[in-house]
Write a protein that binds this ligand. Structure first.
Ligand SMILES: NC(=O)C1=CN([C@@H]2O[C@H](COP(=O)(O)OP(=O)(O)OC[C@H]3O[C@@H](n4cnc5c(N)ncnc54)[C@H](O)[C@@H]3O)[C@@H](O)[C@H]2O)[C@@H](O)CC1
Ligand SMILES: Nc1ncnc2c1ncn2[C@@H]1O[C@H](COP(=O)(O)OP(=O)(O)O)[C@@H](O)[C@H]1O
Ligand SMILES: [K+]
Length: 452
Protein backbone atom coordinates (compact mmCIF):
# COMPACT_ATOMS: atom_id res chain seq x y z
CA UNK A 1 0.00 0.00 0.00
CA UNK A 2 2.83 2.38 0.88
CA UNK A 3 4.52 1.69 -2.49
CA UNK A 4 1.23 2.11 -4.34
CA UNK A 5 0.55 5.43 -2.59
CA UNK A 6 4.01 6.67 -3.52
CA UNK A 7 3.36 5.69 -7.15
CA UNK A 8 0.18 7.81 -7.03
CA UNK A 9 2.07 10.81 -5.68
CA UNK A 10 4.76 10.35 -8.37
CA UNK A 11 1.99 10.39 -10.98
CA UNK A 12 0.87 13.80 -9.73
CA UNK A 13 -2.09 12.84 -7.55
CA UNK A 14 -1.93 14.81 -4.32
CA UNK A 15 -2.55 13.60 -0.78
CA UNK A 16 -5.68 15.75 -0.43
CA UNK A 17 -7.31 13.95 -3.37
CA UNK A 18 -6.64 10.55 -1.77
CA UNK A 19 -7.87 11.83 1.58
CA UNK A 20 -11.09 13.15 0.07
CA UNK A 21 -11.67 9.76 -1.58
CA UNK A 22 -11.00 7.96 1.71
CA UNK A 23 -13.21 10.38 3.66
CA UNK A 24 -16.04 9.96 1.13
CA UNK A 25 -15.90 6.16 1.30
CA UNK A 26 -15.92 6.22 5.11
CA UNK A 27 -18.75 8.77 5.25
CA UNK A 28 -20.87 6.60 2.94
CA UNK A 29 -20.38 3.55 5.16
CA UNK A 30 -21.03 5.54 8.36
CA UNK A 31 -24.16 7.08 6.84
CA UNK A 32 -25.56 3.63 6.01
CA UNK A 33 -25.23 2.54 9.63
CA UNK A 34 -26.05 5.81 11.40
CA UNK A 35 -29.75 5.73 10.44
CA UNK A 36 -30.28 9.21 11.85
CA UNK A 37 -28.38 8.58 15.11
CA UNK A 38 -25.76 11.09 16.36
CA UNK A 39 -22.19 10.43 15.22
CA UNK A 40 -18.93 11.02 17.09
CA UNK A 41 -15.86 11.17 14.84
CA UNK A 42 -12.48 10.66 16.54
CA UNK A 43 -9.77 12.53 14.62
CA UNK A 44 -6.06 11.92 15.32
CA UNK A 45 -3.00 13.99 14.50
CA UNK A 46 -1.99 12.38 11.19
CA UNK A 47 -3.51 11.40 7.86
CA UNK A 48 -5.95 8.99 9.48
CA UNK A 49 -7.28 12.08 11.28
CA UNK A 50 -7.35 13.89 7.92
CA UNK A 51 -9.66 11.18 6.55
CA UNK A 52 -11.77 11.57 9.69
CA UNK A 53 -12.22 15.35 9.24
CA UNK A 54 -13.15 14.82 5.57
CA UNK A 55 -15.71 12.17 6.58
CA UNK A 56 -17.13 14.43 9.32
CA UNK A 57 -17.60 17.31 6.86
CA UNK A 58 -19.40 15.06 4.33
CA UNK A 59 -21.63 13.42 6.96
CA UNK A 60 -22.58 16.88 8.24
CA UNK A 61 -23.36 18.08 4.69
CA UNK A 62 -25.67 15.06 4.27
CA UNK A 63 -27.64 16.09 7.35
CA UNK A 64 -25.99 13.98 10.07
CA UNK A 65 -25.58 15.29 13.63
CA UNK A 66 -21.75 15.10 13.90
CA UNK A 67 -19.28 16.03 16.65
CA UNK A 68 -15.52 15.65 16.27
CA UNK A 69 -13.33 14.54 19.20
CA UNK A 70 -9.83 15.74 18.34
CA UNK A 71 -6.41 14.53 19.42
CA UNK A 72 -3.50 16.79 18.46
CA UNK A 73 -3.09 18.28 15.02
CA UNK A 74 -0.59 19.02 12.31
CA UNK A 75 0.21 22.57 11.29
CA UNK A 76 0.51 21.90 7.56
CA UNK A 77 -0.24 19.37 4.84
CA UNK A 78 -3.43 17.72 3.63
CA UNK A 79 -4.55 16.59 7.10
CA UNK A 80 -4.26 20.16 8.43
CA UNK A 81 -6.29 21.42 5.44
CA UNK A 82 -9.01 18.87 6.15
CA UNK A 83 -9.09 19.99 9.76
CA UNK A 84 -9.47 23.65 8.75
CA UNK A 85 -12.34 22.74 6.41
CA UNK A 86 -14.28 21.17 9.33
CA UNK A 87 -16.32 23.94 10.95
CA UNK A 88 -18.71 21.89 13.10
CA UNK A 89 -18.60 21.17 16.86
CA UNK A 90 -15.21 19.96 18.13
CA UNK A 91 -14.18 18.78 21.60
CA UNK A 92 -10.92 17.43 23.01
CA UNK A 93 -10.76 13.60 22.97
CA UNK A 94 -10.51 13.41 26.77
CA UNK A 95 -13.68 15.51 27.21
CA UNK A 96 -15.86 13.78 24.58
CA UNK A 97 -19.19 12.28 25.58
CA UNK A 98 -20.18 8.95 23.98
CA UNK A 99 -22.58 8.93 21.02
CA UNK A 100 -24.50 6.05 19.42
CA UNK A 101 -22.32 5.86 16.32
CA UNK A 102 -18.53 6.25 16.44
CA UNK A 103 -16.04 6.71 13.62
CA UNK A 104 -12.49 5.91 14.75
CA UNK A 105 -9.95 8.05 12.88
CA UNK A 106 -7.27 8.39 15.56
CA UNK A 107 -4.48 6.31 14.02
CA UNK A 108 -4.15 4.12 10.93
CA UNK A 109 -1.11 2.66 9.23
CA UNK A 110 1.17 5.14 11.06
CA UNK A 111 0.63 3.37 14.41
CA UNK A 112 4.17 2.73 15.59
CA UNK A 113 4.10 2.49 19.38
CA UNK A 114 1.59 1.60 22.11
CA UNK A 115 -1.21 4.11 22.73
CA UNK A 116 -0.62 6.38 25.68
CA UNK A 117 -2.76 5.52 28.71
CA UNK A 118 -5.11 8.52 28.54
CA UNK A 119 -5.68 8.04 24.79
CA UNK A 120 -6.32 4.33 25.26
CA UNK A 121 -8.78 4.97 28.09
CA UNK A 122 -10.71 7.59 26.10
CA UNK A 123 -10.80 5.31 23.04
CA UNK A 124 -12.09 2.33 25.02
CA UNK A 125 -14.63 4.45 26.91
CA UNK A 126 -16.10 5.92 23.71
CA UNK A 127 -15.97 2.80 21.52
CA UNK A 128 -17.38 0.70 24.35
CA UNK A 129 -20.37 3.02 24.81
CA UNK A 130 -21.24 3.26 21.10
CA UNK A 131 -23.87 1.00 19.54
CA UNK A 132 -21.88 0.87 16.33
CA UNK A 133 -18.22 1.71 15.71
CA UNK A 134 -16.49 2.04 12.35
CA UNK A 135 -12.68 2.22 12.09
CA UNK A 136 -11.00 4.19 9.33
CA UNK A 137 -8.45 1.87 7.70
CA UNK A 138 -7.63 0.07 10.98
CA UNK A 139 -8.88 0.12 14.57
CA UNK A 140 -6.59 2.63 16.31
CA UNK A 141 -3.96 0.80 18.34
CA UNK A 142 -3.51 -2.05 15.84
CA UNK A 143 -0.04 -2.43 14.28
CA UNK A 144 -0.67 -2.68 10.55
CA UNK A 145 2.15 -5.07 9.57
CA UNK A 146 2.27 -7.41 12.55
CA UNK A 147 -1.34 -7.40 13.68
CA UNK A 148 -0.01 -6.67 17.18
CA UNK A 149 -2.36 -5.13 19.74
CA UNK A 150 -0.94 -1.75 20.84
CA UNK A 151 -3.94 -0.84 22.99
CA UNK A 152 -6.77 -1.09 20.46
CA UNK A 153 -10.50 -1.14 21.10
CA UNK A 154 -12.28 -3.75 18.92
CA UNK A 155 -14.80 -2.17 16.52
CA UNK A 156 -17.97 -3.32 14.77
CA UNK A 157 -16.63 -2.70 11.26
CA UNK A 158 -13.54 -1.44 9.47
CA UNK A 159 -13.16 0.38 6.16
CA UNK A 160 -9.84 -0.92 4.80
CA UNK A 161 -8.61 1.76 2.43
CA UNK A 162 -7.29 0.64 -0.95
CA UNK A 163 -6.02 -2.78 0.12
CA UNK A 164 -6.21 -5.23 2.99
CA UNK A 165 -3.22 -4.87 5.29
CA UNK A 166 -1.69 -7.84 7.20
CA UNK A 167 -3.46 -6.76 10.40
CA UNK A 168 -6.89 -7.16 8.72
CA UNK A 169 -6.30 -10.85 8.02
CA UNK A 170 -3.80 -12.05 10.65
CA UNK A 171 -4.61 -12.80 14.26
CA UNK A 172 -5.05 -11.17 16.71
CA UNK A 173 -5.88 -8.09 14.61
CA UNK A 174 -8.37 -9.86 12.36
CA UNK A 175 -10.63 -10.63 15.33
CA UNK A 176 -10.71 -6.92 16.36
CA UNK A 177 -11.65 -5.33 13.01
CA UNK A 178 -15.24 -6.58 13.00
CA UNK A 179 -16.71 -6.79 9.52
CA UNK A 180 -13.95 -5.67 7.14
CA UNK A 181 -15.06 -3.74 4.10
CA UNK A 182 -12.42 -3.13 1.46
CA UNK A 183 -13.07 0.27 -0.11
CA UNK A 184 -11.62 1.34 -3.41
CA UNK A 185 -9.86 4.71 -3.33
CA UNK A 186 -8.64 4.31 -6.90
CA UNK A 187 -5.10 3.24 -6.02
CA UNK A 188 -3.89 0.18 -7.92
CA UNK A 189 -2.19 -2.22 -5.49
CA UNK A 190 -0.88 -5.17 -7.53
CA UNK A 191 0.53 -7.74 -5.14
CA UNK A 192 1.47 -11.39 -4.96
CA UNK A 193 -0.39 -11.59 -1.64
CA UNK A 194 -4.15 -11.96 -1.71
CA UNK A 195 -7.07 -13.63 0.04
CA UNK A 196 -8.59 -16.79 -1.42
CA UNK A 197 -11.98 -16.97 -3.07
CA UNK A 198 -14.26 -19.80 -4.18
CA UNK A 199 -12.26 -21.97 -6.60
CA UNK A 200 -13.46 -22.94 -10.06
CA UNK A 201 -13.25 -26.72 -10.33
CA UNK A 202 -13.80 -28.78 -13.44
CA UNK A 203 -15.88 -31.96 -13.44
CA UNK A 204 -14.19 -35.18 -14.62
CA UNK A 205 -13.52 -35.23 -18.37
CA UNK A 206 -16.07 -36.98 -20.58
CA UNK A 207 -13.67 -39.91 -21.01
CA UNK A 208 -12.46 -39.94 -17.40
CA UNK A 209 -11.78 -43.19 -15.64
CA UNK A 210 -11.01 -43.86 -12.01
CA UNK A 211 -7.22 -44.02 -12.29
CA UNK A 212 -6.84 -40.92 -14.42
CA UNK A 213 -9.27 -38.85 -12.40
CA UNK A 214 -7.15 -38.48 -9.32
CA UNK A 215 -5.63 -41.49 -7.61
CA UNK A 216 -4.51 -40.91 -4.03
CA UNK A 217 -2.66 -43.10 -1.53
CA UNK A 218 -3.21 -42.39 2.17
CA UNK A 219 -0.65 -43.92 4.54
CA UNK A 220 -1.97 -45.18 7.90
CA UNK A 221 0.11 -45.71 11.06
CA UNK A 222 -0.19 -45.97 14.82
CA UNK A 223 -3.61 -44.22 15.03
CA UNK A 224 -5.49 -45.55 11.99
CA UNK A 225 -8.60 -43.43 12.66
CA UNK A 226 -6.82 -40.27 11.53
CA UNK A 227 -5.71 -41.74 8.19
CA UNK A 228 -9.18 -43.21 7.73
CA UNK A 229 -10.73 -39.77 8.22
CA UNK A 230 -8.28 -38.31 5.68
CA UNK A 231 -9.05 -41.09 3.19
CA UNK A 232 -12.81 -40.55 3.47
CA UNK A 233 -12.32 -36.83 2.91
CA UNK A 234 -10.22 -37.63 -0.17
CA UNK A 235 -13.07 -39.65 -1.66
CA UNK A 236 -15.62 -36.88 -1.04
CA UNK A 237 -13.34 -34.17 -2.42
CA UNK A 238 -13.37 -35.60 -5.92
CA UNK A 239 -10.67 -38.28 -6.15
CA UNK A 240 -11.33 -41.23 -8.48
CA UNK A 241 -9.48 -43.92 -6.53
CA UNK A 242 -8.31 -43.86 -2.93
CA UNK A 243 -5.91 -46.44 -1.52
CA UNK A 244 -5.50 -46.77 2.23
CA UNK A 245 -2.05 -48.25 2.87
CA UNK A 246 -2.09 -49.80 6.32
CA UNK A 247 -0.31 -52.43 8.43
CA UNK A 248 -3.63 -53.76 9.62
CA UNK A 249 -6.25 -53.20 6.89
CA UNK A 250 -9.38 -54.21 8.81
CA UNK A 251 -12.54 -53.77 6.85
CA UNK A 252 -14.45 -50.64 7.85
CA UNK A 253 -16.83 -48.55 5.85
CA UNK A 254 -16.80 -46.99 3.34
CA UNK A 255 -16.66 -49.96 1.01
CA UNK A 256 -15.35 -47.73 -1.79
CA UNK A 257 -12.05 -47.30 0.04
CA UNK A 258 -9.44 -49.71 -1.34
CA UNK A 259 -7.29 -51.20 1.41
CA UNK A 260 -3.74 -52.34 0.80
CA UNK A 261 -1.62 -54.09 3.44
CA UNK A 262 1.89 -52.74 3.87
CA UNK A 263 4.05 -54.65 6.35
CA UNK A 264 7.05 -52.33 6.10
CA UNK A 265 8.67 -49.41 4.32
CA UNK A 266 9.66 -51.59 1.35
CA UNK A 267 6.00 -52.40 0.76
CA UNK A 268 5.19 -48.68 0.85
CA UNK A 269 8.01 -47.88 -1.58
CA UNK A 270 6.67 -50.52 -3.95
CA UNK A 271 3.13 -49.17 -3.67
CA UNK A 272 4.31 -45.60 -4.30
CA UNK A 273 6.21 -46.68 -7.41
CA UNK A 274 2.79 -46.72 -9.16
CA UNK A 275 2.99 -43.64 -11.39
CA UNK A 276 -0.81 -43.46 -11.57
CA UNK A 277 -0.84 -42.18 -7.97
CA UNK A 278 -1.17 -38.42 -8.30
CA UNK A 279 -0.63 -37.64 -4.62
CA UNK A 280 0.13 -39.45 -1.37
CA UNK A 281 -0.93 -38.27 2.08
CA UNK A 282 1.32 -39.12 5.00
CA UNK A 283 1.24 -38.01 8.60
CA UNK A 284 -2.29 -38.21 10.05
CA UNK A 285 -1.95 -40.71 12.92
CA UNK A 286 1.41 -41.97 11.56
CA UNK A 287 3.07 -42.27 14.98
CA UNK A 288 6.60 -41.38 15.96
CA UNK A 289 8.57 -44.64 16.30
CA UNK A 290 11.06 -46.31 13.99
CA UNK A 291 8.34 -47.84 11.82
CA UNK A 292 6.77 -44.40 11.26
CA UNK A 293 10.18 -42.94 10.49
CA UNK A 294 10.88 -45.66 7.92
CA UNK A 295 7.50 -45.11 6.23
CA UNK A 296 8.20 -41.38 5.99
CA UNK A 297 11.67 -42.06 4.53
CA UNK A 298 10.09 -44.27 1.86
CA UNK A 299 7.50 -41.62 1.02
CA UNK A 300 10.12 -38.85 0.77
CA UNK A 301 12.27 -41.04 -1.46
CA UNK A 302 9.37 -41.71 -3.84
CA UNK A 303 8.57 -39.71 -6.96
CA UNK A 304 5.02 -39.02 -5.81
CA UNK A 305 3.76 -35.56 -4.85
CA UNK A 306 3.29 -35.64 -1.07
CA UNK A 307 0.98 -34.02 1.43
CA UNK A 308 2.89 -34.08 4.69
CA UNK A 309 0.81 -33.53 7.82
CA UNK A 310 0.65 -34.22 11.56
CA UNK A 311 3.16 -36.75 12.91
CA UNK A 312 5.19 -36.68 9.67
CA UNK A 313 5.85 -32.98 10.27
CA UNK A 314 7.05 -33.70 13.79
CA UNK A 315 9.34 -36.45 12.46
CA UNK A 316 10.81 -34.03 9.92
CA UNK A 317 11.45 -31.43 12.64
CA UNK A 318 14.39 -29.12 12.05
CA UNK A 319 15.59 -31.37 9.24
CA UNK A 320 12.64 -30.35 7.05
CA UNK A 321 14.41 -27.79 4.86
CA UNK A 322 17.31 -30.13 4.04
CA UNK A 323 15.12 -33.13 3.27
CA UNK A 324 12.40 -31.35 1.32
CA UNK A 325 14.58 -29.09 -0.77
CA UNK A 326 16.28 -32.11 -2.32
CA UNK A 327 13.02 -33.81 -3.41
CA UNK A 328 12.26 -33.79 -7.15
CA UNK A 329 8.51 -34.31 -6.72
CA UNK A 330 6.39 -31.57 -5.17
CA UNK A 331 5.62 -31.42 -1.45
CA UNK A 332 2.83 -29.70 0.42
CA UNK A 333 3.12 -29.24 4.19
CA UNK A 334 0.08 -28.56 6.37
CA UNK A 335 1.42 -27.51 9.80
CA UNK A 336 -0.55 -25.81 12.53
CA UNK A 337 1.36 -23.13 14.47
CA UNK A 338 3.02 -25.59 16.89
CA UNK A 339 4.22 -27.83 14.07
CA UNK A 340 5.36 -24.82 12.04
CA UNK A 341 7.57 -23.62 14.91
CA UNK A 342 9.08 -27.09 15.29
CA UNK A 343 9.99 -27.06 11.60
CA UNK A 344 11.03 -23.48 10.96
CA UNK A 345 11.29 -21.66 14.30
CA UNK A 346 9.24 -18.65 15.37
CA UNK A 347 11.30 -15.68 14.13
CA UNK A 348 11.18 -13.71 10.90
CA UNK A 349 8.23 -11.32 10.96
CA UNK A 350 4.49 -11.80 10.73
CA UNK A 351 2.76 -15.05 9.75
CA UNK A 352 2.78 -14.07 6.05
CA UNK A 353 6.52 -13.33 6.05
CA UNK A 354 7.39 -16.42 8.07
CA UNK A 355 5.37 -18.75 5.85
CA UNK A 356 6.72 -17.21 2.64
CA UNK A 357 10.33 -17.60 3.84
CA UNK A 358 9.73 -21.20 4.94
CA UNK A 359 8.17 -22.16 1.58
CA UNK A 360 11.10 -20.66 -0.29
CA UNK A 361 13.67 -22.38 1.93
CA UNK A 362 11.98 -25.78 1.75
CA UNK A 363 10.96 -25.55 -1.92
CA UNK A 364 7.51 -26.72 -0.81
CA UNK A 365 4.02 -25.29 -0.59
CA UNK A 366 3.19 -24.56 3.03
CA UNK A 367 -0.33 -24.39 4.36
CA UNK A 368 0.19 -22.70 7.74
CA UNK A 369 -3.14 -23.48 9.41
CA UNK A 370 -5.26 -21.64 11.94
CA UNK A 371 -8.00 -18.99 11.97
CA UNK A 372 -5.74 -17.02 9.60
CA UNK A 373 -4.47 -19.81 7.35
CA UNK A 374 -1.55 -18.67 5.17
CA UNK A 375 -0.67 -20.63 2.03
CA UNK A 376 2.75 -19.92 0.52
CA UNK A 377 4.25 -21.30 -2.68
CA UNK A 378 8.00 -21.66 -3.16
CA UNK A 379 7.81 -18.95 -5.87
CA UNK A 380 6.79 -16.31 -3.30
CA UNK A 381 3.03 -16.16 -3.89
CA UNK A 382 1.05 -16.02 -0.67
CA UNK A 383 -2.67 -16.51 -0.24
CA UNK A 384 -4.60 -16.02 2.98
CA UNK A 385 -7.82 -17.72 3.98
CA UNK A 386 -10.04 -15.89 6.41
CA UNK A 387 -13.05 -18.04 5.51
CA UNK A 388 -12.83 -20.68 8.25
CA UNK A 389 -15.22 -21.01 11.15
CA UNK A 390 -13.94 -21.31 14.71
CA UNK A 391 -15.99 -24.53 15.03
CA UNK A 392 -13.17 -26.12 13.00
CA UNK A 393 -11.05 -26.08 16.17
CA UNK A 394 -11.90 -29.70 16.95
CA UNK A 395 -9.70 -32.81 16.77
CA UNK A 396 -9.46 -34.46 13.39
CA UNK A 397 -10.38 -31.53 11.12
CA UNK A 398 -6.72 -31.24 10.12
CA UNK A 399 -6.79 -34.89 8.95
CA UNK A 400 -9.83 -34.05 6.85
CA UNK A 401 -7.97 -31.09 5.33
CA UNK A 402 -4.96 -33.27 4.46
CA UNK A 403 -7.29 -35.67 2.66
CA UNK A 404 -8.96 -32.87 0.69
CA UNK A 405 -5.51 -31.55 -0.28
CA UNK A 406 -4.60 -35.00 -1.60
CA UNK A 407 -7.73 -35.16 -3.75
CA UNK A 408 -7.38 -31.69 -5.24
CA UNK A 409 -3.69 -32.20 -5.99
CA UNK A 410 -4.29 -35.54 -7.68
CA UNK A 411 -7.15 -33.94 -9.65
CA UNK A 412 -4.61 -31.43 -11.00
CA UNK A 413 -6.10 -28.17 -9.71
CA UNK A 414 -3.89 -25.20 -10.47
CA UNK A 415 -4.14 -23.83 -6.92
CA UNK A 416 -4.91 -27.10 -5.19
CA UNK A 417 -4.07 -25.94 -1.67
CA UNK A 418 -6.31 -22.86 -1.98
CA UNK A 419 -9.13 -25.02 -3.31
CA UNK A 420 -8.69 -27.49 -0.45
CA UNK A 421 -8.78 -24.75 2.18
CA UNK A 422 -11.91 -23.24 0.66
CA UNK A 423 -13.72 -26.60 0.41
CA UNK A 424 -12.76 -27.48 4.02
CA UNK A 425 -14.11 -24.18 5.37
CA UNK A 426 -17.23 -24.39 3.22
CA UNK A 427 -17.97 -27.99 4.28
CA UNK A 428 -17.69 -26.85 7.91
CA UNK A 429 -20.11 -23.97 7.32
CA UNK A 430 -22.56 -26.27 5.54
CA UNK A 431 -22.39 -28.63 8.54
CA UNK A 432 -23.23 -25.85 11.00
CA UNK A 433 -22.00 -25.80 14.59
CA UNK A 434 -20.70 -28.14 17.30
CA UNK A 435 -19.79 -30.81 14.77
CA UNK A 436 -17.11 -33.48 15.00
CA UNK A 437 -14.55 -33.91 12.24
CA UNK A 438 -16.40 -36.93 10.78
CA UNK A 439 -19.47 -34.77 10.16
CA UNK A 440 -17.78 -32.38 7.75
CA UNK A 441 -16.65 -35.18 5.42
CA UNK A 442 -19.86 -35.83 3.45
CA UNK A 443 -20.64 -32.08 2.97
CA UNK A 444 -17.29 -31.69 1.17
CA UNK A 445 -19.10 -33.12 -1.88
CA UNK A 446 -21.73 -30.35 -1.64
CA UNK A 447 -18.94 -27.77 -1.38
CA UNK A 448 -17.34 -29.24 -4.52
CA UNK A 449 -20.68 -28.96 -6.34
CA UNK A 450 -20.77 -25.23 -5.57
CA UNK A 451 -17.48 -24.78 -7.44
CA UNK A 452 -18.46 -26.37 -10.78
N1 LIG B 1 -0.70 8.17 2.73
C1 LIG B 1 -1.73 8.30 1.89
O1 LIG B 1 -1.56 8.65 0.76
C2 LIG B 1 -3.10 8.02 2.36
C3 LIG B 1 -3.28 7.76 3.69
N2 LIG B 1 -4.50 7.69 4.20
C4 LIG B 1 -4.69 7.61 5.64
O2 LIG B 1 -3.50 7.89 6.31
C5 LIG B 1 -3.26 6.93 7.32
C6 LIG B 1 -1.81 6.91 7.66
O3 LIG B 1 -1.49 8.22 8.03
P1 LIG B 1 -0.17 8.63 8.83
O4 LIG B 1 0.98 8.01 8.15
O5 LIG B 1 -0.21 10.09 8.99
O6 LIG B 1 -0.34 7.92 10.21
P2 LIG B 1 -1.51 7.90 11.30
O7 LIG B 1 -2.55 8.90 11.01
O8 LIG B 1 -1.90 6.50 11.45
O9 LIG B 1 -0.67 8.34 12.59
C7 LIG B 1 -0.26 9.70 12.79
C8 LIG B 1 1.05 9.82 13.48
O10 LIG B 1 0.94 9.36 14.81
C9 LIG B 1 2.18 8.93 15.26
N3 LIG B 1 1.97 7.86 16.23
C10 LIG B 1 2.13 6.54 16.05
N4 LIG B 1 1.84 5.85 17.15
C11 LIG B 1 1.45 6.78 18.06
C12 LIG B 1 1.03 6.69 19.41
N5 LIG B 1 0.93 5.54 20.05
N6 LIG B 1 0.70 7.82 20.07
C13 LIG B 1 0.79 8.99 19.44
N7 LIG B 1 1.20 9.13 18.17
C14 LIG B 1 1.52 8.04 17.48
C15 LIG B 1 2.90 8.41 14.02
O11 LIG B 1 4.25 8.81 14.09
C16 LIG B 1 2.16 9.05 12.84
O12 LIG B 1 3.01 9.95 12.17
C17 LIG B 1 -3.84 5.66 6.72
O13 LIG B 1 -4.14 4.70 7.68
C18 LIG B 1 -5.09 6.23 6.07
O14 LIG B 1 -6.14 6.37 7.01
C19 LIG B 1 -5.68 8.00 3.39
O15 LIG B 1 -5.87 9.37 3.49
C20 LIG B 1 -5.50 7.58 1.98
C21 LIG B 1 -4.23 8.07 1.40
N1 LIG C 1 -10.33 -20.90 15.44
C1 LIG C 1 -10.27 -21.43 14.20
N2 LIG C 1 -10.87 -20.79 13.18
C2 LIG C 1 -10.83 -21.32 11.93
N3 LIG C 1 -10.23 -22.48 11.61
C3 LIG C 1 -9.62 -23.16 12.59
C4 LIG C 1 -9.60 -22.66 13.93
N4 LIG C 1 -8.92 -23.55 14.69
C5 LIG C 1 -8.52 -24.54 13.86
N5 LIG C 1 -8.95 -24.32 12.61
C6 LIG C 1 -8.70 -25.19 11.43
O1 LIG C 1 -9.01 -26.53 11.81
C7 LIG C 1 -7.99 -27.43 11.33
C8 LIG C 1 -7.31 -28.07 12.54
O2 LIG C 1 -6.21 -28.80 12.15
P1 LIG C 1 -5.17 -29.44 13.19
O3 LIG C 1 -4.74 -28.39 14.16
O4 LIG C 1 -4.14 -30.13 12.39
O5 LIG C 1 -6.07 -30.45 13.99
P2 LIG C 1 -6.04 -32.07 14.07
O6 LIG C 1 -4.59 -32.46 14.10
O7 LIG C 1 -6.77 -32.41 15.33
O8 LIG C 1 -6.73 -32.59 12.86
C9 LIG C 1 -7.08 -26.59 10.45
O9 LIG C 1 -7.53 -26.61 9.12
C10 LIG C 1 -7.24 -25.19 11.04
O10 LIG C 1 -6.95 -24.18 10.09
K1 LIG D 1 -8.34 4.29 12.84
Amino acid sequence: MRTAEQRCFDAGIDQATLMERAGTAVAREAMRFALGRPVLVLAGPGNNGGDAYAAARLLHSWGCDVTVAALGSKKSGAAADMRRRWTGPTVALADAAPRAVLVDGLFGTGMSRPLETDVREALHRLVGAADFSLAIDLPSGLATDSGEDLGLAPVSATCALGALKPAHVLMPGAACCGHVRLVDIDIACPDSTRTIARPRLTPPARDAHKYRRGMVAVVAGAMPGAAHLAARATLHAGAGYVLLASGDPQHRSPDALVRRKIADADDLAELLADARIGAAVIGPGLGSGNHARALLDAALASDRPLIIDGDALTLLGEDAVRRLSTRDARSWLTPHEGEFVRLFGDGGGNKIDRTRQAAQRAGATIVHKGPDTVIADPDGNVHIADTGTSWLSTAGTGDVLAGICGARMACGDESAADAAIWLHARAARLTGAAFMADDIVAPIASAVAECL
